[in-house]
Design a protein around this ligand. Sequence first.
Ligand code: HEM
Length: 120
Amino acid sequence: MDQSMFELFGGDGQISDLIDQFYYKVLFDQSLRSMFLKADMTRVRLQQKTFFAQMFGCVHTKYTGKDLVEVHKNLSITDQQFDRFLYHLKCILADMNKPQELIDSVLKRVDSHRHVIVFK
Ligand code: HEM
């Protein structure tokens, strides 16, 4: 059987590092920061780690957070903001020395959720 993206990525520990570094960058980005001012970032990070583990194909993880449409629909997130989100992910994945092929697959998988995040 092919290895899942979860295994290729290095499991829960690596996902945890990715998400922690990612939201650190996001909260310093002027074009994204304001969206998160009222958010419970401990919760967001925790739920995002579960979401990413499931999205990467971890068979032991089930995302039990809020529905993505419900969470994002009133935030009026633009395509440009979503692209910044992907840009930060790309930079951190490169900093983590992940292979280019894996980086491309991760970005593609995250981008496949654009339609439930961007409503503007
Ligand atoms: C520009 C892009 C994005 C922005 C500005 C954004 C913003 C937010 C905000 C403000 C929250 C907290 C909402 C609240 O506590 O009420 C949140 C939660 C969350 N977002 Fe996003 N988001 C973006 C993209 C994404 C993407 C691409 C995904 C998944 C692929 C995602 C998954 C989640 C998850 C899992 C939560 C936690 C839900 C929960 O608390 O149960 N977001 N997001």
